[in-house]
Design a protein around this ligand. Structure first.
Ligand code: BGC
Length: 507
């Protein structure tokens, strides 16, 4: 039996439990939340580059594009705020709704939040697919944001709590894998619908988001809630039965007991939001604020949102640009698998460090090529070998992100919070992530116009800072049961100062 033989600084915990069919199905359905998130990341860049869509909803941008002569300055040729507002408004809606999701997740359960998210997403994609004016488009977009806000709050928690501890990392990355697959599917769909005659292709692109949303909504109806959440809501017997079913054994007494104890200490905490500010939660709070911000400051969404634009900037034609975006999408999916098989073996810190160094080298090399070829005035032509080199470097960068900060940026925060602040903590993570996604999406094109190739050096600088940060300040959480997580802070050279003895096993 694959028990979680887990060593935390000398402590060994042996829970009975194996990867049951039930765990796999549960995680697959929950991971469709990631599919929705990814589809949405990928779809907006494509539709906003379709002329019919622009003409209908953003006529002034369309006119500008039609009337613009060949741009002299490559760095500024795509600097349009209106379109970035369309892309990034979703993240503001997600940011706000994730805080409502926190209460729903805690009071009504993880499953209830997944249902809310799925429903909002279904209505949002229907509105977008049928949009006849900008208002419908924006309201739909806001609902998609609400859906993503709920799903991203509840799904990673759900996965962390259902997974056996020794496989928590790998299963949780199912969420990220689904995200990358969602992005790739969106890229491929856009590529196809762009070719549809009659100008309605974009409707298919945006409406297809309803497919994963439907799977998640129907799936969530049949999923059990997590044992932790059931205990939290006083349903001990259901929690025991669910845990037995999920672990595939009747012998779940010890794990259940630990969950009950964790829940009891959690109950003493009346105000999670106020509580999270207490000194002994400082390490978790610092991680909840910094990890998602750093994830976005890697610059990944420049590639995810604007890859076709970037490839056009370096001289590729429309088709080649779209194909290159599909290639980076494939690399993104493939490299996420690497993370799945290594994260519980090599640990989180190793992946963070390797990914950081690889991203940094790629970014500096990209900046160097762009700097040499386009200079500060943004003029010049890039010959094919150089353009190909940029594509290869973008792929090495995306691969590094996809096995480090991509999955770990969600996994690590979801596993470090004790139950009493878990829901609030996860909302902060989602909120901070969306805030920085918004900031990066909103300011990238204007920053490119001003900082030119230096923008890639700026992101490289952020990557250097975050790599140092995790090396020094993040304890290894590989194979640590979620209920035992407090011990890792207690043993950490810096964070131990924040955890008084009586909070050692609050979990
Ligand atoms: C990030 C997204 C990003 C995606 C790329 C996710 O972990 O949160 O912002 O677009 O990875 O695969």
């Amino acid at each position: 039996m694959a028990g979680g033989g887990l060593a935390v600084q000398g402590e060994v915990k042996n829970y009975n439990g194996k990867v049951t069919f039930f765990v796999i199905v549960t995680c697959m359905v929950a991971a469709t939340g990631g599919l929705i998130f990814g589809y949405d990341i990928g779809v907006s860049g494509g539709v906003t580059s379709m002329n019919v869509f622009l003409e209908k909803f953003f006529p002034s941008v369309y006119e500008d594009q039609i009337n613009a002569g060949p741009s002299k300055n490559q760095w500024c040729s795509f600097n349009s705020q209106l379109l970035t507002v369309f892309t990034s408004s979703l993240y503001i809606a997600g940011l706000i709704s994730t805080f409502f999701a926190s209460t729903v997740t805690r009071v009504l359960g993880r499953k209830a939040s997944m249902l809310c998210g799925g429903a909002a997403f279904l209505i949002g994609s229907a509105l977008n697919g049928a949009a006849v004016n900008v208002v419908m488009l924006i309201v739909g977009r806001v609902l998609l944001g609400v859906g993503v806000g709920f799903a991203n709050q509840a799904v990673p928690l759900y996965l962390s709590e259902i997974a056996p501890p020794n496989l928590r990392g790998a299963l949780n990355i199912g969420f990220q894998l689904a995200t990358t697959i969602g992005i790739l599917i969106a890229n491929l769909v856009n590529y196809g619908t762009n070719k549809i005659e009659g100008g309605y292709g974009w409707r298919i692109s945006v409406a297809l988001a309803a497919v994963p949303a439907g799977i998640m909504t129907v799936g969530a109806l049949f999923l059990p809630d997590t044992p932790n959440s059931l205990i939290e809501r006083g349903k001990l017997e259901t929690a025991r039965r669910t845990l037995q079913k999920v672990r595939g054994t009747d012998d779940v007494g010890e794990e259940l007991q630990d969950m009950v104890e964790a829940s009891e200490s959690a109950k003493q905490v009346q105000h999670p939001w106020k509580n999270i500010l207490q000194r002994h939660y400082r390490p978790q709070l610092v991680m909840a604020l910094s990890i998602p911000a750093f994830q976005q400051l890697t610059g990944i969404n420049i590639i995810m949102f604007y890859a076709p634009v970037l490839f056009k900037t370096i001289g590729f034609g429309d088709n080649a640009s779209l194909m290159s975006a599909v290639i980076t999408g494939l690399v993104n999916v493939g490299a996420t698998f690497v993370s799945i098989v290594t994260v519980d073996r090599f640990g989180r810190k190793f992946l963070f460090a390797e990914g950081g160094v690889q991203m940094l080298i790629s970014q500096v090399a990209i900046a160097a090529i762009l700097g040499v070829k386009f200079g500060v005035d943004g003029t010049g032509v890039m010959s094919k070998p150089y353009a190909d080199a940029v594509v290869v470097l973008i792929c090495t960068y995306v691969a590094a992100f996809a096995w480090s900060w991509g999955p770990l940026g969600w996994l690590v925060p979801s596993e470090i919070f004790p139950l009493e602040i878990r829901s609030a903590g996860q909302s902060i993570v989602v909120g901070v992530n969306f805030l920085w996604t918004f900031i990066v999406a909103q300011f990238f094109l204007v920053a490119l116009c001003h900082l030119k190739f230096g923008l890639f050096l700026l992101f490289a600088f952020f990557v250097a800072v975050m790599t140092l940060f995790v090396t020094l300040l993040l304890p290894e959480t590989k194979n640590v049961p979620i209920e035992e997580m407090n011990l890792v802070w207690k043993k950490h050279w810096y964070w131990k100062n924040y955890i008084p003895d009586e909070h050692r096993v609050v979990a």
